[in-house]
Write a protein that binds this ligand. Structure first.
Ligand code: ADP
Ligand code: MG
Ligand code: ZN
Length: 481
């Protein structure tokens, strides 16, 4: 017996089997019922969400011996041949490997002949965005005046690459990524038919990994089945899936909020020694932070968008209230900006560690927390400096050399050197701690030696006479007199 992969074995054969794309199947069913068939369809959406599957079901619905019908019989010669993609009247073309003008001309030729055994001559062009411009032009010619019996179903993962002229002649259907819920449900149905049972947590992990693609989910599921039923093997599900539980990210954020450096360092070290794939880890962390920001913005409503276990989600809601949006955004930015570094580093955990520690103090900016911290800050200029040294090195550079003239509960006056940084930037930064900020700028004093070495006259003398500077002596006014 040949082994058939799950994704193929369970390819939907009816509109009603297609999961999660009801907005599309309903419209298609209606148009078949009312005999309003378009001549060209454009199916868009990421990989493994049902584009090809739907195209074949549509083709069967139209060409079934009982057709047009909304429930193809799947038993007649036409249906069977379409399912096997060997029907002479339903041609599947891979746009990626048939992208030239000649292939499309050939197709145009074929489109002139009546279907052999069916009502319609159907062309399914996958990855249609790969066609060359000339090929698109040739395709446009056919779409402008298609023979009555010809139907095109164009499928693409990149609809923005389809020329508008083609686009406007198609009825477009956008396939969505499948939700974790939908994927889990479908896997459960399939497992039941196969006589297997896998626990919900594992199914959740698989569905999450599949990232909206049913095909990916089924192929991961298939691999998991291979070792899941072995007691020893079951322990390796997480490792196999590269699965990182969201609770770990929740803990890391909590550690930051609690200033718990040791915990962070310990966690990252442990991950490192466990052989964690930090590229994957960082990607997941980035996704997690995006979700946390979403929650911070949408509050409870985010539940519809963030796919998580109820426990993790509740903790995320809880954390989102505690940290500022600015902190989350900065952390997200730091991680995305440093993604390549982390990816190629021999010590990725150290990079991550530095990023997390660097973002430690930003959390002060959240409303509740900030007031509290402000109280302390008033008393302690060093703590403020410490904050800037971690978070805003440029401002720290200026403040560390500043003269503090006055500092009390909600007011500060400082003296800084002129021209190093925009005064308002400093003011803005300090306004997070003090209501009233006074900044006095004093002229920057250029070191005498520096001035001499860069003086045009000195330079000229050196080049013209080939001299050499032996010693620089500064005479003050008194001495000069
Ligand atoms: N919406 C869906 N409902 C049920 N199964 C699906 C769905 N989308 C994809 N699949 C599964 O994934 C496989 C590949 O789907 P396919 O239609 O070829 O994806 P696409 O053409 O969008 O890349 C199918 O054989 C089926 O097993
Ligand atoms: Mg496809
Ligand atoms: Zn049939």
């Amino acid at each position: 017996m040949t082994h058939k992969v799950l994704a193929l074995k369970f390819r939907p054969q009816q509109f009603s089997d297609i999961v999660g794309q009801e907005h599309i199947t309903k419209t298609l069913i209606n148009s078949i019922k009312h005999n309003r068939i378009a001549h060209a369809y454009l199916f868009t959406g990421s990989r493994g969400v049902g584009k090809t599957t739907t195209a074949r079901i549509l083709a069967k619905s139209l060409n079934c011996k009982n057709g047009p019908t909304i429930t193809p019989c799947n038993q007649c010669k036409n249906c069977i041949e379409i399912s096997k993609s060997i029907s002479l009247d339903v041609e599947e073309i891979d746009g990626a490997s048939n992208r030239g003008i000649n292939e499309i001309r050939e197709l145009k030729e074929k489109a002139q002949y009546q279907p052999i055994n069916s009502k319609y001559k159907i062309f399914i062009i996958d990855e249609v965005h790969m066609l060359t411009n000339e090929a698109f032009n040739a395709l446009l010619k056919i779409l402008e005046e298609p023979p009555k019996f010809v139907i095109f179903i164009l499928a693409t993962t990149e609809p923005h690459k389809i020329p508008p002229t083609i686009h406007s002649r198609c009825q477009r259907f956008d396939f969505k990524r499948l939700s974790i819920k939908e994927i889990i449900l479908n896997m459960k149905n399939i497992l039941k038919k196969e006589g297997y049972e896998i626990d919900d947590t594992t199914l959740f992990k698989i569905a999450k990994k599949a990232d909206g693609s049913m095909r990916d989910a089924l192929s991961i599921l298939e691999q998991v089945i291979n070792f899941y039923f072995d007691e020893e093997g079951r322990k390796y599900v997480d490792a196999f899936l590269n699965y990182i539980d969201t609770s770990l990210f929740n803990e890391l954020i909590d550690n930051i909020l609690k200033d718990d450096k040791e915990q962070i360092i310990e966690k990252l070290k442990k991950l490192y020694f466990n052989g964690t794939d930090f590229k994957n880890f960082t990607q997941e962390f980035i996704e997690y932070l995006e979700n946390l920001i979403l929650i911070k913005t949408l509050h409870e409503n985010a539940k519809d968008y963030v796919q998580e276990t109820p426990e993790n989600l509740n903790e995320m809601i809880n954390l989102s209230k505690k940290c500022s949006e600015e902190f989350l955004q900065n952390l997200l930015l730091d991680l995305t900006n440093n993604f390549d570094k982390i990816k190629y580093s021999e010590f990725p955990h150290i990079h991550l560690e530095l990023i997390l520690l660097k973002n430690f103090s930003q959390k002060f900016f959240d409303t509740g927390e900030r007031l509290e911290k402000k109280e302390e800050a008033k008393k302690d200029w060093n703590e403020i400096l410490n904050y800037f040294s971690l978070k805003k090195p440029l401002i720290y550079g200026v403040l560390s050399k500043a003269n503090v003239l006055k500092i009390d509960s909600d007011e500060i006056s400082i003296e800084i050197e002129k021209g190093i940084i925009d005064k308002n930037k400093i003011k803005e930064a300090l306004n997070n701690y003090f209501k009233k900020v006074t900044i006095i700028e004093k002229e920057k004093k250029i070191p005498f030696k520096h001035e001499v070495l860069n003086h045009p006259v000195v330079n000229d003398i050196l080049t013209i006479f080939g001299g050499e500077i032996v010693k620089i002596v500064e005479y003050n006014n008194k001495q000069r007199n």
